[in-house]
Write a protein that binds this ligand. Structure first.
Ligand SMILES: [Zn+2]
Length: 70
């Protein structure tokens, strides 16, 4: 879940909140003065380290020379 930083426009309190993606559009109230007049600051999105290791090994086929049939 990503952290979002908010700032209160009333008292200038900066706080951060961890929200679900479905709640990301909602602005929380200030924990200090309980004012809904808050704005979202820069969002620090925690990226999940999804490392996919996949290597395709192509087998090299050596074609043997066929003997001439005459
Ligand atoms: Zn406030």
């Amino acid at each position: 879940m990503p952290f979002y930083e908010y700032r209160c426009n009333e008292c200038g309190e900066a706080f951060e909140k961890m929200l679900r993606f479905s709640e990301a559009d909602q602005l929380p109230v200030c924990p200090k003065c309980a004012s809904p007049n808050t704005q979202k600051k820069l969002s620090k999105v925690v990226s999940f380290g999804a490392s996919s290791s996949g290597s395709t090994s192509s087998a090299s086929s050596s074609c043997s020379p066929r003997g001439g049939f005459s």
